[in-house]
Design a protein around this ligand. Sequence first.
Ligand code: F6R
Length: 597
Amino acid sequence: MCGIVGYAGRRDALPILLDGLKRLEYRGYDSAGVAIVGSALQVMKDKGFIANLEAQLPPLKGSTGFAHTRWATHGAPSKVNAHPHVDCTGKIALAHNGIIENYASLREKLQARGHTFVSQTDTESLVHLIESYYDGDLEAATRKALGDVRGSYAILAVHADEPGKVIGARNESPLVVGIGPDENFLASDVPALLRYTDRVAYVMDREMVVITPKGVTIKDLEGHVVQREPQRITWSLEDAEKGGFEHFMLKEIHEAPQAIHETLLGRLANLEVDGFLSEGVTSVKLVACGTSYHAALVGKYVIEEIARIPASAELASEYRYSQGATERPLVLLLSQSGETADTLGAAREAHRRGCKTLAICNVIGSSLSREVDKTIYTRAGIEIGVAATKTFIAQLVVLYLIALKLGQDRGTLGYDELDRLKDQLRSLPRAAQYVLNKADEIRSLAQKYGAEAKDMFYIGRHANYPVAMEGALKIKEISYIHAEAYAAGELKHGPLALLTPSTPVIAVVAQDPTYEKMRSNVGEVSARGSPVLAIGTEGDKELPKFVDDVFEIPSLPWIFSPVPVSVALQLFAYEAARIRNCPIDKPRNLAKSVTVE
Ligand code: F6R
């Protein structure tokens, strides 16, 4: 995720672009840059926050241009990888949000034709491709170039010889046009524009847009003009930064389908997962903290189920104490931030023990990525809410990919089985969306079960046991309800003593091999008078007979059920916290990244 903002008007572009860009900083802040067309094309960029760029900027003159704030996906955060990227002639500048999937082959072809590349980014291929098609018309060249590109993008481009014009295009990354008198704007998100205009038009997938001071033209990729009525935005600036959602956490829960989609992009067809090699892997140890540890536990079940390799999960803060093993597992370290001190310590410990290390991380260039042998990035985009949500879902997706890769390379998965699993992975954004579409139902369940509760129990089995643990963690940290999670079979060994009619139990009863046993466990709970809310599967006619309420996830192969179940439990925790008036994005005593042991 990155932020882009463009301007074509009569005023000096620079202050408008910087002001807009600062309102998009929540979309990424590892580097920033601007391109202004005045008497020539002027480009400035640097690593770090927008303020760092601003402090070094000369007063660039010109009333056309764009700016970019980056959240790295290809190529470490650095000055050279910052946007804008410029072609060999120095006349075309391009900023991009998204991922060009086939950038490597484009780069090879363009280099063979004599183009000189200076960065490690996927974006640079596109600016050279536009250059190769340029014949005096930037719009036509961009259209041709986009015809050769696979992946997701929102782009902005300018040409030194075409002042007064900014070209934009979108596929699966957001782009909005702001319409003003004698000036027009483009941006990744409405907050960047709202100070200047409240009239906006949304650019749709596979559409291009040209803005000049005089007007806005939207066309499809074939060049046909598309009519789009502008809308009036009534949100305040603060509301707009949250995309109209009340909290960042809610916005981020709603970004799960996009996070899944981006994390899978370009990785499924050949199971090329950032150079991960499964050669010689005979066992896997997954190590992490908090929510990432719960993903690790799901990963243990998933890897064992799909790849038939022994796997275990351990808390990073405990890993160093478990001495004595002679085996050398592949150690997977999971961390959203890549800065968690316990996880960094565990990575060093794994190296000391002679193990190969692989990180699963959401932040390119983080400390963890420098400690390990390889890193696979989740591409969930920046997460601002303290409670991890979409990044947990993206971690699960990477774990499925790793399990498939291990299963393929070890021959535990046949071709047909592999294809079937890949198709099912592709359908996960829809499964997450199915749950999000029923947000109202979750709100009333949260009212019923979460408004007054002092204690709650979460139960599940197999891969949905850690999902129950994660559900309990979410409700604890943001609603302050005391919650315990148990493997459902464990209740009878003690915790049943705590159940009363005022202790709601949230039970994950997916249609998996543990279904019958889960139903018995739910029966044990109901017999003690505790109200039971089950997360079940669409079309399960039996379950409602055993529980008070059922929230249905879509029917999908059980091994993937942790994804929609987790989205449902995240929303449930969010709604309970909202009803209880808790400070959701900044819960007490917590911080987004924990850099002490
Ligand atoms: C809970 C949460 C924390 C983190 C934990 C590890 O919602 O976000 O439990 O998961 O502090 O952080 P990372 O994943 O950055 O290592």
